[in-house]
Design a protein around this ligand. Structure first.
Ligand SMILES: Cc1cc2nc3c(=O)[nH]c(=O)nc-3n(C[C@H](O)[C@H](O)[C@H](O)COP(=O)(O)OP(=O)(O)OC[C@H]3O[C@@H](n4cnc5c(N)ncnc54)[C@H](O)[C@@H]3O)c2cc1C
Length: 600
């Protein structure tokens, strides 16, 4: 059976030991988040995830959400779980105390998010989308908008949505058609249809607040003519309670591959009342500010699914008896040995473990940087941390979700046929994980973001925020015999990355298709090096602590680091070869040749 236990030891390791999360208390507003408070938050989050959310994961998937006459009902138990979730203050953990939140560090929040995604990703979509709406309003809303909506988002009584997608407009948001007609009272009438809107309609909250991309009548074409609006399902009364029904309604819900308990809605705006958020025609700026944070959140969804898939696979590999060890029987008293004796099964498990824990460390690096980018004393420090976040956001989003899907697949593989059938719950993780590679900018678009924006921005300044610490680590540890084998492999991967960046920068300048053709491979290469850097740092730390540790935690870290360097880092070699081969074979094929084999 699928199983979930929050990996608290590893979470505390990455938060406290690897990235010195306890020192975040010196930043303004974080003084209360001492080590014991952080531990208490993690332990309580583990409890609600394991005891309340995880037991509803399977039943929510089986039952799905219901749609009747514009009304959406979430699966049995979801409303009670949501009420418990809000009563525990979880919707306000990272929110600003000014709006009733607890103001926790983003790094701590990310660990809690991971647990929620492991336990029940579909449930997590409801409060998750509210985070996105909260961030957009906090950055760009008027004081009145903030006072009206943010306390309700924080206490979870109202939820939020992000309404971007339309039937003709997915990746290319310049194609948005939804109209916003200005009214005499300063509001706007919104008319149009949005599709695929997560948490667009449901029964968990008193009100649902849509953040909508739309176009004013005099707007220039394309993305330069898009504005952001706020449009609640119920118009707030002067006392802040939900009032008259607005003209935004759910026309249908999608039948989909996974996250079946999450309502993915068609939302019709029929002259619905809305208000501008931020500046006219600057909606994309607000969207991007929000989207960067949301992309990290989606990467964490992948990480959460990777963890829960690993745990299921590991338990099964210990319990299931099949065949004998190649080197002779291990458990003669049993009819067969456990799956875990077989090299192929062990390789799958180690791949899952190495990628999951490495990604968790990378998320911690980025999220502690978020805290520092927001709260450090000097502009220079804030910029330096923000540069790193900018550069690694596509890595966390794309690689986090790729490993989520790949590891969910490996989880099924370890279960064999028992993974493919529904009974054990492993196939659900594959179905749930698949969407994470698509929404918040597909992973292909993340790769274009890397080569088109992040690599080139400020003459490579974002890139240097990553390259410099890796280079420095390699130099500082090259002479340490205990680190030699790890640093050697990291240096090889890093060298390949530098070569690949040079190739794409040079070739892409004269032919943009060259950059487009190599972008996904480059993002993957960067991802393996980034996670490899995390493993090198974890190994270094663990080498100093392994002798005083009866649990074997640090020993496990060192061995996994070696596995990563020898068995996964070499993938960077293949990626480099593909990049160096250029894009000619991709672009050289005439369009009509794609279906030449279909002729009679
Ligand atoms: C379950 C679910 C929940 C969702 N939730 C929301 C939500 O809450 N709010 C919301 O607004 N939207 C939501 N979406 C929509 C989602 O964000 C889009 O599906 C996604 O952005 C991709 O758009 P598309 O499906 O139209 O694909 P398209 O844009 O048509 O892309 C199709 C393929 O072409 C590639 N492609 C497109 N353009 C380019 C290019 N320029 N260069 C290279 N490759 C390109 C893409 O990578 C993709 O592989 C959701 C979707 C689903 C399925």
């Amino acid at each position: 059976m699928a199983t979930y236990k929050a990996p608290l030891r590893d979470m505390k390791f990455v938060y406290r030991e690897l990235f010195d999360g306890d020192a975040l208390t010196s930043l303004p507003g974080y003084a209360d988040f001492s080590a014991d408070v952080v531990d208490a938050v993690l332990e309580e989050a583990a409890k609600i995830s394991q005891e309340v959310l995880f037991p509803l994961n399977r039943s929510g998937d089986e039952e799905g959400r219901h749609f009747e006459n514009g009304v959406v009902r979430t699966p049995k138990g979801f409303k009670e779980a949501y009420d418990q979730f809000t009563a525990g203050g979880w919707t306000g953990l990272g929110a600003d105390p000014e709006f009733g939140g607890q103001g926790a560090p983003k790094a701590l929040n990310m660990l809690v998010e991971e647990m929620i995604c492991s336990a029940n990703m579909a449930f997590g979509m409801y409060p998750g989308l509210t985070h996105g709406a909260y961030n957009a309003l906090k950055l760009y809303g008027t004081d009145e908008q903030k006072q009206t909506y943010l306390p309700k988002f924080t206490d979870g009584t109202w939820s939020g949505t992000m309404c971007l997608t339309e039937p003709q407009c997915g990746t290319d948001l310049g194609l948005v058609r939804t109209k916003a007609e200005p009214q005499a009272d300063g509001s706007y009438n919104l008319t149009g249809t949005k599709i695929f809107i997560s948490a667009g309609e449901h029964d968990l909250t008193q009100n649902i607040v849509h953040l909508v991309l739309a176009r004013m009548p005099d707007a220039p074409p394309g993305i330069k003519g898009i504005s952001l609006f706020i449009c609640p399902k119920f118009l707030p009364k002067p006392d802040g309670s939900p009032g008259a029904r607005n003209g935004a309604s759910c026309g249908a819900i999608e039948q989909k591959m996974g996250i079946k308990a999450s309502a993915t809605c068609v939302i019709n705006f029929d002259g619905a009342k809305g208000w501008l958020v931020g500046e006219k025609n600057k909606g994309m700026r607000a969207m991007f500010a929000m989207m960067n944070t949301a992309r990290l959140g989606v990467g964490v969804q992948g990480l959460g699914l990777s963890e829960v898939s690993y745990q299921g696979g590991l338990l099964y590999a210990r319990e299931r008896l099949q065949g004998r060890s190649l080197k002779g029987t291990v458990s003669p008293e049993k009819p067969a040995d456990s799956l875990i004796v077989h090299p192929d099964v062990r390789k799958n498990l180690l791949t899952m473990k190495a990628l999951t824990e490495g990604m968790r460390a990378l998320v911690m690096w980025v999220s502690t940087s978020q805290d520092k980018a927001e709260k450090s004393a000097t502009e220079a420090e804030r910029t330096e941390h923000d540069d790193l976040i900018q550069f690694l956001t596509p890595v966390v989003k794309a690689f986090g979700t790729d490993i989520g899907f790949d590891n969910a697949n490996l989880g099924v593989q370890i279960f064999g046929g028992h993974g493919y059938i529904r009974e054990h719950g492993m196939e659900q993780f594959v179905r749930d994980a698949r969407i994470t590679q698509i929404y918040e900018g597909t992973n292909g678009i993340q790769a274009l973001d890397l080569v088109g924006r992040k690599m080139t921005a400020h003459y490579g300044r974002y890139m240097r925020a990553f390259f410099h610490p890796v280079q420095a680590f390699i130099e500082q540890n090259a002479a340490d015999p205990a680190m030699e084998e790890i640093v050697t492999e990291l240096a090889k991967g890093f060298g390949r990355l530098q070569q690949a960046v040079g190739q794409i920068a040079q070739k892409g300048m004269s032919n943009p298709n060259e950059a487009g053709a190599g972008a996904s491979d480059l993002l993957k290469l960067l991802s393996y090096v980034s996670v490899g850097f995390m493993w090198a740092r974890m190994a270094k730390l663990a080498l100093g602590k392994q002798n005083d540790d009866p649990t074997g935690f640090y020993k496990g870290k060192i061995k996994t680091a070696k596995f990563y360097m020898h068995k996964l880092m070499p993938i960077t070699g293949a990626l480099l070869s593909s990049i160096m081969a250029g894009g000619e074979t991709i672009m050289d094929m005439e369009d009509e040749l794609f279906d030449a084999g279909l002729a009679a």
